[in-house]
Ligand binder design. Structure first.
Ligand SMILES: NC(=O)C1=CN([C@@H]2O[C@H](COP(=O)(O)OP(=O)(O)OC[C@H]3O[C@@H](n4cnc5c(N)ncnc54)[C@H](O)[C@@H]3O)[C@@H](O)[C@H]2O)C=CC1
Ligand SMILES: O=C(CO)COP(=O)(O)O
Length: 359
């Protein structure tokens, strides 16, 4: 089986190494303006992986989207959701009726890609790896044993059920099939962890240029208390959709096969988290991706559903004050997700019964 991985960052290369190790042929696409990691692999002649995945890999990389589309009928997107529209722009030149796209993570990519002529889209909640890259190679701090996934099925379009087995065969970890992409998006716990960790440590990030461990040193009791408030809203939004979502700590535990009791316990003791350095500044995907494409999205769903989202709104407003970016406008609000004309009941119905119940 061959796979094209669209997105040449740590998550894309970790997936490429893992899939190659499991016998798949992989080709990684690096956008012409996002070549940093691809260039260092070219310079070194190979990719060295350390940590939870070890060894040397020879990974083929291209900047020609046509090659990626012709290489495989499976396209896995591993750009941050803020990069998905750039990729969509490239993909729109091709007929992809026989292709399957898997967006890692999805963050409701399917709704943004509504007019793409593609066979099927799947979305995951998170990257399967906790990983970083520098000029010396890839460090994998943790490999999940499970990730959440769902297909997007526009009404009236049947899905060949064999595709579920094909997608599971592809991944070297277990897939938890969710009822809809909304359940998957609400299970991207980065929206609970990242923005508050960044905001509540903003001074320390800026004064030390990120010279501390973001989770271990930055997720203390009061930060955890604030996260709990955001997490309660996330769960209430799920309830309005008829979902019984687990807490963010429980979801992380499930993905990594861990059993931490709360946020602080996880931050101090989880190996995939407790060695992650803080970024050097606030201009980082922990804000630039997770605020517009998770918190704004969750908040605008909450407003339509009549759920009080004050804690999420508070985080968005503070981030807007700090960065000067109008994320409510630029992020995945209902208008950008093409959901703004729906009534509350229509919104709920849109995501009901999207996949066969036997899964
Ligand atoms: N690295 C990790 O440990 C984890 C990552 N994730 C998620 O997985 C996804 C990928 O993660 P990373 O590889 O760490 O992200 P990253 O921020 O390094 O970006 C991945 C690649 O996409 C490229 N890119 C960014 N914007 C682009 C655009 N507009 N057009 C084309 N390419 C663009 C970047 O230059 C990079 O090569 C993100 O959504 C992230 O939130 C989730 C959990 C853990
Ligand atoms: O594994 C993790 C989330 O799934 C932690 O990694 P990040 O904080 O880099 O997203």
């Amino acid at each position: 089986m061959s796979v094209s991985i669209i997105g040449a960052g740590p998550a894309g290369f970790a997936l490429a190494v893992d899939l190659q190790h499991h016998g798949k042929d992989v080709l990684v696409y690096a956008h012409p303006t996002h070549q940093r990691h691809a260039n260092s692999i070219k310079d070194n002649g190979r990719l060295e992986a350390r940590g939870a995945m070890e060894g040397f890999a020879h990974i083929e990389v291209t900047s020609d989207m046509r090659k990626a589309v012709e290489f495989s009928r499976i396209l896995i997107l591993t750009v941050p959701s803020t990069g998905q529209e750039t990729v969509l722009h490239e993909l729109k030149q091709f007929s992809l009726r026989r292709h399957t796209i898997i967006a890692i993570p999805g963050n409701l990519f399917s709704l943004v890609a509504a007019d793409l002529d593609v066979g099927c889209i799947f979305e995951t909640n998170l990257s399967p790896y906790s990983c970083r890259m520098d000029e010396n190679g890839l460090t994998v701090l943790g490999r999940k044993s499970l990730i959440f996934i769902a297909p997007f099925l526009p009404r009236g379009r049947p899905l060949n059920s064999s595709i579920f087995a094909t997608v599971q065969d592809l991944f070297p970890m277990q897939l938890r099939w969710c009822s809809s992409i909304v359940e998957v998006c609400l299970s991207n716990v980065n929206g609970v962890f990242h923005p508050l960790m960044m905001l509540m440590n903003a001074g320390r990030i800026e004064s030390t240029a990120g010279d501390f461990l973001l989770y271990r040193d930055g997720l203390t009791r009061s930060v955890g208390n604030a996260m709990l408030a955001v997490d309660r809203v996330r769960i209430k939004i799920g309830e309005a959709f008829g979902l019984q979502l687990k807490s963010a700590v429980e979801i992380s535990n499930e993905c990594y096969g861990q059993s931490f009791g709360d946020f602080v316990d996880l931050a101090r003791n989880s190996p995939p988290h407790n060695k992650l350095k803080a970024p050097p500044g606030l201009d980082n995907r922990n804000i630039s991706e997770d605020v517009p494409d998770l918190l704004v999205c969750w908040c605008s769903l909450a407003e339509k559903l009549g759920v009080d989202a004050a804690p999420i709104k508070a985080v968005i407003v503070l981030v807007e004050m700090v960065t000067g970016v109008d994320y409510c406008e630029t992020g995945r609000n209902l208008r950008r997700l093409n959901l703004d004309s729906l009534s509350r009941d229509e919104l709920i119905a849109t995501f009901k019964g999207m996949i066969p119940s036997r899964l």
